[in-house]
Design a protein around this ligand. Structure first.
Ligand code: MN
Ligand code: MN
Length: 475
């Protein structure tokens, strides 16, 4: 075949650059690995629909892979040695894992970082009310959602209630097949003439996202809110909580459906929360499967990205900095602040977050010459931000070249991607906050369709190449 190509065609092949369809360029044996990797991925998504659940399951997985709580070292003063594996949890909502490398910490680390919070609907602090013989729960949505996507779907309730004596009560209703589920109702089309004239942002009002919770009254003529009382009694029977306990709770409403294969060829995963648990899972698995490294390898999983990475569990907090400082101090008898600062400046990170894949139904929003495509491998996104890259991170090409070389050498299929047409919108990730510490940071994750919807879609081959990418980066 080669012989039939003209000189120009050959030259074009040599000099030109185009995307690769990862399915075509991945061996059948590796495609099998991709499918089995995604079986584990789907199970994990079903178990870990909130940041707290992700932390719990990630720590369990880590324990079975020889990871120890860093607190054990800080309490005993025991030093860390190359090959040791540690983790630290921040308020049950963020977690960092590390495999100590052979090189001194001041030489820098290799980091993958993803966020484990996803857009959802939270309970308000005084959620319970009765209206028209039904009980509903008041909510306040979390992150960028299209509110109209969250009505008339099965919803589950996950979270914690902290009682006055600080006992933690874990709530999980709607995942077991025998559990009830919840829903938010919508207007019937017959009476929606007015509603249908509204802008999509207003079709469903934030204050109308009230969760349908029950309808059987407590049998007592003297009681005013009988259905409410009955619900409070059921909650008290099951969890030992009262209405005031909601003021100290974190209850999250998430889609009740499970992760499923999408497409007749089962090539895609459809599930809630793949932004950013697809990257978080790949990062987690990569560090679980890492034994010895030159540079200390770190996987950081943060909370609150969907609302700006604020707070003490978000990427803007000191959690990662403190963790790295501790690693520096516990691997070096002569720890100095300067060595810690050198460590940060010499560190390199893949900010593991998703990119918007080209959707054939809505390709007008993308510059198809620079957008990412489903099934074309992991996406390298040089810059984020919106309207002139504002509020984003812009990776240095020196670092991108380094990553490109690692990926090419390890047969990781990758593409580049930009989030939408220049003036259309945009978004940010945790990259900028880590870059501020002096690290080299590049956004690097998978393409997603229907991002932030209750049911997001990714490509299995991309998920697999992302895992390969994070593993190669550790070496
Ligand atoms: Mn994200
Ligand atoms: Mn997001």
């Amino acid at each position: 075949m080669e012989n039939n190509k003209t000189e120009g065609q050959l030259l074009y092949e040599k000099l030109g650059y185009k995307n690769t369809n990862a399915w075509e360029k991945t061996s059948d044996k590796e495609i099998e690995l991709a499918f089995s990797f995604c079986e584990g991925y789907k199970k994990f998504l079903d178990m870990a629909k909130t940041e707290r659940e992700f932390v719990n399951h990630a720590v369990k997985l880590a324990a079975s892979h020889g990871f120890t709580d860093l607190d054990k070292f800080t309490k005993t003063g025991q030093k860390l040695k190359p090959g040791m594996k540690v983790f630290q949890v921040d308020r049950n909502k963020a977690v960092i894992f590390a495999v100590i490398g052979n090189k001194a910490m001041k030489e820098g680390t290799r980091v993958t970082g993803a966020h484990i919070d996803s857009p959802r609907i939270d309970f308000k602090q005084k959620p319970v009310y009765e209206d028209t013989d039904m009980v509903l729960m008041k909510t306040h949505y979390y992150g960028g959602i299209k509110k109209y996507q969250w009505v008339t779907i099965p919803l589950a309730l996950h979270g914690v209630v902290i009682k006055e004596d600080r006992t933690l009560v874990e709530v999980n209703i709607g995942e077991d097949d025998n559990d009830p589920i919840f829903t938010i109702t919508d207007l019937l089309p017959h009476l929606a003439t007015e509603q249908m004239q509204k802008k999509a942002t207003e079709v469903v009002a934030g204050e109308a996202l009230n969760l349908l919770f029950g309808s059987i009254p407590y049998k007592d003529e003297k009681v005013k809110d009988k259905v409410k009382l009955n619900i409070l009694k059921l909650l008290n029977d099951k969890y030992g909580i009262n209405e005031e306990d909601f003021t100290t709770a974190e209850l999250e409403i998430v889609p009740a459906f499970k992760a499923r294969d999408v497409g007749l060829d089962k090539s895609m995963v459809g599930a809630y929360g793949q932004d950013d648990r697809s990257c978080a899972y790949a990062g987690l698995k990569a560090i679980m499967d890492t034994e010895k490294t030159d540079y200390t390898y770190i996987c950081v999983l943060t909370d609150k990205e969907e609302i700006g990475s604020m707070g003490n569990t978000g990427a803007q907090s000191r959690f990662m900095e403190n963790f790295i400082a501790t690693l520096c101090a516990y691997t070096d008898d002569n720890y100095t602040e300067l060595k810690f600062r050198s460590c940060l400046a010499n560190s390199k990170m893949l900010s593991a977050d998703v990119n918007a894949g080209v959707d054939p139904n809505y390709e007008g929003v993308q510059d198809k010459k620079n957008a990412s495509f489903m099934g074309n491998g992991i996406v390298l996104q040089k810059y984020t931000g919106s309207r002139g890259k504002s509020g984003g991170s812009d990776a240095n090409p020196e670092f991108i070249a380094e990553v490109r070389k690692i990926f090419n050498e390890n047969k990781v299929i990758w593409q580049v991607g930009e989030l939408g047409k220049v003036d259309l919108g945009g978004g940010g990730t945790i990259a900028q906050y880590v870059a501020n510490l002096g690290m080299d940071v590049l956004d690097c994750g998978v393409s997603v369709l229907s991002m932030h919807a209750p049911f997001e879609v990714t490509s299995k081959i991309d998920i697999y190449h992302m895992y390969k990418a994070y593993k190669a980066f550790a070496k």
